[in-house]
Write a protein that binds this ligand. Structure first.
Ligand code: FNR
Length: 183
């Protein structure tokens, strides 16, 4: 079955470890699953005055979300919460009221940090936001990943030590997305 997954990386950094993780994870998905990265750096700062006239970048992102079967969030932790750029994307695409693009889209959350807690607090803050946005979100396995040499190998693949765990995550996520398709 063909599925399209929207990918939201919560970092704009050129060498983002979360983006590297997202790119490597995609290679663990079964055939027929495609991934589209949403460019959250292209969005304006959310302003409710713009609701009736959303910027083209917002409209494009909302269309990309609408066309997707699920959303994979891969985000760092900033000051024990979600980065503002990620919250800005969530807010922009949730409006105008009643026209949220996120509603009903199944989601998965991962994050990587140089710290031992593996972006856990960021993910813990993201969960109630996604719940409010009516996104059924995979509960297990949780993916609190600490960046270590070899997490991603020279070919951009998930390294040996984490391969089994992250393959398990992807398998669960794809079956979660499948079981939450409308109709
Ligand atoms: C961080 N970092 C960080 N790490 C963490 O584990 N918990 C935290 O609360 C924070 N807080 C924080 C705030 C700000 C403003 C910055 C810039 C960084 C470190 C962060 O995990 C590290 O910079 C990662 O490399 C960010 O992810 P990307 O950009 O590599 O994907």
């Amino acid at each position: 079955s063909n599925l399209q997954i929207a990918v939201v990386v919560g970092s704009l950094r050129r060498d983002s470890m979360n983006r590297k993780l997202a790119n490597a994870l995609q290679k663990l998905a079964p055939a027929g699953v495609t991934f589209k990265h949403l460019d959250i750096g292209a969005l304006p700062l959310y302003n409710q005055d713009d609701d009736a006239n959303q910027a083209p970048a917002v409209q494009q992102m909302k269309a990309d979300i609408a066309a997707s079967n699920g959303v994979m969030f891969v985000t760092p932790e900033y000051n024990r919460s979600v980065p503002g750029v990620l919250k800005n994307a969530l807010d922009n695409c949730s409006r105008p009221y009643g026209q949220s693009a996120w509603s009903g889209k199944p989601a998965g959350i991962l994050g990587v940090s140089p710290g031992a807690m593996g972006a856990a607090l960021s993910q813990a803050h993201l969960r109630p936001i996604l719940a409010y946005l009516d996104m059924p979100t995979l509960g297990q396995p949780e993916a609190f990943i600490q960046w270590k040499d070899g997490l991603i190998d020279a070919n951009g693949e998930i390294g040996e030590a984490s391969r089994k765990f992250l393959q398990g995550w992807m398998d669960k996520f794809i079956s979660w997305v499948k079981t939450h398709q409308a109709g």
